[in-house]
Design a protein around this ligand. Structure first.
Ligand SMILES: O=C1O[C@H](COP(=O)(O)O)[C@@H](O)[C@H](O)[C@H]1O
Length: 260
């Protein structure tokens, strides 16, 4: 197996509005590239502030130029609540993004909200394996795990990504594609999440991070500062096979300016 990993780019913008514009162009360009290359575009969403920052993608010119029928949608993590619940990452994306563009309903992979956290994780993993069998998802030649085209990730002030939290052991899971947690330190407690082997097998990853409250953790994530407790948080473990691109607004990047 090949062992080479991709590069890292850090983009800083004057405002969250500028991050939103740049993220829309970046996503539209990747959509065009992957659809030309392989006829489809597999996109993994997060919850949180990301969905609002994606707002420019559902406005002209992208709303009309993107080949939405070729998109496949997944979630890097999901709260185990009914899909119509206000805590659901699916509902957040449906209201803010998916209801505004013509992505085929059969290409949208929400969790099974009738299952327990353990059952929902096993069900999601089984559905990903079926998509590998049907060749919708290739396997990474580096890791052997399913390889998504683009993951759009956020980060919490504690350095969590997806639902992989600093103080929880499932951040170290190396075998499963999808795991679960019943005691998330951030509510709601029951969640499922992609594991790092799957996250880090993506071709492209965008880390979309805005706001001053996250500035110290951005400094840690980018290796300019040590973690307060000396233990590297999950955000320091993210890497992509082609390119990891950080989208930061001025506030999120404010601690980086002194350190370069
Ligand atoms: O709970 C979650 O938090 C993270 C970060 O959210 P943000 O609002 O600080 O951007 C998010 O990426 C994840 O999907 C979500 O479940």
């Amino acid at each position: 197996m090949a062992t080479q990993k991709g590069k890292k780019t850090v983009l800083k913008f004057d405002s969250e509005e500028d991050v939103s514009k740049a993220l829309a162009k970046y996503t539209a360009d990747l959509s065009e590239k992957f659809i030309k290359q392989k006829g489809s575009f597999t996109v993994v969403l997060s919850g949180g502030s990301l969905i609002d920052t994606m707002r420019k993608l559902v406005e002209p010119p992208y709303k009309d130029s993107i080949e939405w029928s070729k998109w496949w949608i997944f979630w890097v993590d999901e709260r185990v609540v009914p899909l119509g619940h206000d805590d659901s990452n699916y509902k957040l994306a449906l209201d803010g993004f998916l209801s505004k563009v013509p992505i085929s309903f059969s290409n949208i992979y929400a969790i099974n909200d009738k299952e327990s956290p353990e059952g929902a994780a096993a069900d999601y993993e089984a559905r990903l394996k079926k998509l590998v069998e049907s060749k919708v998802l290739p396997l990474s030649a580096i890791s052997g795990f399913p390889k998504f085209d683009l993951m759009l990730l956020g980060m919490g002030p504690d350095g969590h990504v997806a639902s992989l939290f600093p103080s929880r052991p499932h951040r170290h899971e190396k075998e499963r594609l999808v795991t679960f947690i019943t005691d998330s330190p951030k509510p709601p407690p029951p969640r499922i999440t992609f594991t790092f082997p799957v996250i880090n097998s993506a071709s492209e990853i965008a880390m979309v991070v805005t706001g001053a409250e996250i500035a110290n953790m951005v400094d840690v994530a980018l290796g300019n500062a040590s973690p307060p407790d000396g233990i590297p948080p999950p955000c320091t473990e993210v890497s992509a096979e082609e390119e990891l691109t950080w989208f930061l607004d001025k506030d999120a990047a404010s601690k980086l300016q002194t350190s370069g």
